[in-house]
Write a new protein. Structure first.
Length: 274
């Protein structure tokens, strides 16, 4: 790890989060990386520019899995800026099978598997497998010398390894995909509801809230609820569920802990953790 990375502000920006597209920026001083590229290159450039990040600052892309809402803009982004892309072997195979990203230059793809580490832009990236209906799906724990972020999106349940990386992060990006009642009473057919609720599906508001209240500590400076369903959830419901769990379990949050739901089709501001 870069000897001077502890001097840099650790920063995060959600460019998009949800079934229509996912893309996150993690920065370390004047360098950074992207996790997923599920929106267009034009949108990525525009939203980064709006928070003062030039494309030359992006040094690499991490891909969680090969569903289209995570790789839609990958080929154009990687090819245009010759950016190295890191993903599991199975995810790389899925990228080549997906029409939206199959044109990516093969020399830009680098495989990284569950439990491996790689240093990018002065950041140490550790990988861990997540349970989802996409072969080779990964989560990422990314840190400099002082702070870290764990991104665990698109997973049906939280196993011990995922919990390990979530519990030691300064920033958590954790899925809170659906409200159970909205899913039950919504338009989705039963087989799709079962897929979403399954161990290779998505985390509900209740599952996310239950995990966070069991493992919360004051070192969790930012908690971001991500990948909210447009049809089966709202930011208000996700936050209400989590806050009610904290209240019911009589857990006092540190005044320094910020909890928010990430917007689906818009970016956040650039968020710093010192």
């Amino acid at each position: 790890m870069d000897l001077f990375s502890s001097l840099y502000p650790f920063s995060f920006c959600s460019l998009a989060s949800g079934s229509n597209g996912n893309c996150y920026y993690i920065g370390n001083g004047d360098e950074g990386i992207l996790v997923d590229a599920g929106i267009s290159l034009r949108s990525i450039k525009k939203r980064l520019s709006e928070v003062g990040i030039p494309m030359k600052q992006i040094k690499a892309i991490l891909i969680s899995h090969a569903h289209i809402d995570h790789i839609k803009g990958l080929s154009a982004l990687a090819n245009t800026f010759a950016l190295p892309v890191y993903a599991s072997f199975q995810t790389c195979e899925g990228i080549f099978r997906n029409w939206s990203a199959s044109g990516i230059r093969r020399d830009l793809l680098h495989t990284i598997e569950d439990g491996e580490k790689v240093q990018l832009a002065g950041l140490l990236v550790e990988t861990f497998a997540v349970s989802h209906d996409a072969a080779g799906a990964l989560g990422y724990h990314i840190r400099n010398n002082h702070n870290s972020i764990t991104i665990a999106t698109d997973l049906g349940f939280i196993c011990d390894k995922v919990s390990h990386y979530l519990s030691k992060a300064s920033m958590l990006v954790i899925e809170s995909n659906y409200d159970d009642e909205m899913l039950t009473n919504g338009r989705y057919p039963k087989h799709l509801q079962q897929r979403i609720r399954g161990e290779k599906g998505h985390l509900s508001n209740i599952q996310a809230a239950d995990y966070l209240t069991q493992h919360y500590h004051s070192g969790m400076k930012q908690i971001f609820l991500c990948h909210l369903s447009q049809q089966n959830n709202t930011p208000e419901l996700a936050l209400k569920t989590l806050n009610q769990y904290f209240l019911d379990k009589q857990i006092s949050k540190s005044p320094e802990t910020v909890i928010r739901a990430l917007p689906r089709g818009a970016r956040t501001e650039l968020i710093h953790v010192i």
